[in-house]
Design a protein around this ligand. Sequence first.
Ligand code: AMP
Length: 184
Amino acid sequence: MHTLSTEDKNILLQSIRNIPDFPKEGIIFKDISTLLSNSQAFQTLMNHLEKRYASYNLDYIAGIDARGFIFGAVLADRLGIGFVPIRKKGKLPFSTVSEKYALEYGEDEIEVHIDAFEYERKTKGAKVLLIDDLIATGGTAKAASHLIEKVGAECVEVCFIMELAFLHGRDAFDMPVYSVLVED
Ligand code: AMP
């Protein structure tokens, strides 16, 4: 299992920008656009994820709308496997399966194509890694992991670039959760 050196961890931590009170007061928004535009940080991250997941024998990477698409698509290409987008409701053109989840106020809904994990294997039971940029309460990723299972695939691990550990989002999952960076 590949582990990230302290030096590499610091490169990543320093590349993420904290924006206080966005999108509303009291939230410190983790801006990963500054990680993406920093080629050293982006490559450090993707090299680490590629090494970690090379031995997992994955069939697909699923990424959550929208920042999960960036890391997920690059990782899928590096591993030579397919990428599946899990999208906000109403964006996918073919038949979908959907899942609602709670937000701080109200609820939201995400969807996946019903045949998303059958394209290359043509059978059920594909091994899928789910990825997003950040876990806060875990509600979004938990709903996404349900979608993967609903369409007959197996979510073998959920991966985040950053975890806000004080919100205990990882406790909601019954599969392994890996976060590259953890804020206590
Ligand atoms: P949650 O469902 O509470 O785990 O929220 C996760 C989703 O909201 C992810 O797609 C994140 O991109 C976004 N998010 C939540 N909190 C933050 C934050 N403090 N900084 C950046 N993104 C956030």
